[in-house]
Design a protein around this ligand. Structure first.
Ligand SMILES: [Zn+2]
Length: 112
C-alpha cells in the first residue's frame, strides 16, 4: 500500500488500496478555493457569466454549476474505446493526439 502524490493536483492516495484493489487517480476539477486564489481577470475569463466585480458567493454558484478542469490534469484510467494513436514522423498532429497515461507526468512515491 504505497503512498503516492499526483504532481499536478498534489493529491495523495494509496495504491493498492487497503482492500488490495488498484487505485486509478484522476485529478479533480479546480476547487472554489483554488479559483478564488487566481487573479480575478483569469477567473472572469473562465466564467464570463460572472458579474464584474464578482463575489466569492457568485464564484461558488458558478463553479458549482460548471467545473473547470485543471491544466495538465492526470487521468490514470484506461479509456477502453479510445482510438489507437498512430504517430507518423513529420505528420501534423491530429485530434487523436490527446495525452495517454504513459505521456502524463509520473506519480511521486511519498512513502510505503
Ligand atoms: Zn491529480
Amino acid at each position: 500500500m504505497s503512498l503516492w502524490e499526483c504532481p499536478v493536483c498534489h493529491g495523495t492516495y494509496r495504491d493498492p488500496q487497503a482492500d488490495g484493489t488498484r487505485y486509478f487517480h484522476q485529478c479533480p476539477p479546480l476547487s472554489t478555493a483554488e479559483l478564488l486564489a487566481m487573479p480575478a481577470a483569469d477567473v472572469a475569463a473562465l466564467f464570463p457569466e460572472l458579474p464584474a466585480p464578482f463575489t466569492a458567493d457568485d464564484l461558488l454558484v458558478a463553479s458549482t454549476a460548471r467545473s473547470v478542469p485543471r491544466v495538465g490534469a492526470r487521468n490514470e484510467n484506461i479509456v477502453r474505446d479510445a482510438p489507437k494513436r498512430v504517430v507518423t514522423e513529420g505528420a501534423a498532429p491530429s485530434e487523436d493526439d490527446s495525452p495517454r497515461v504513459q505521456d502524463q507526468p509520473p506519480r511521486i512515491l511519498k512513502g510505503p
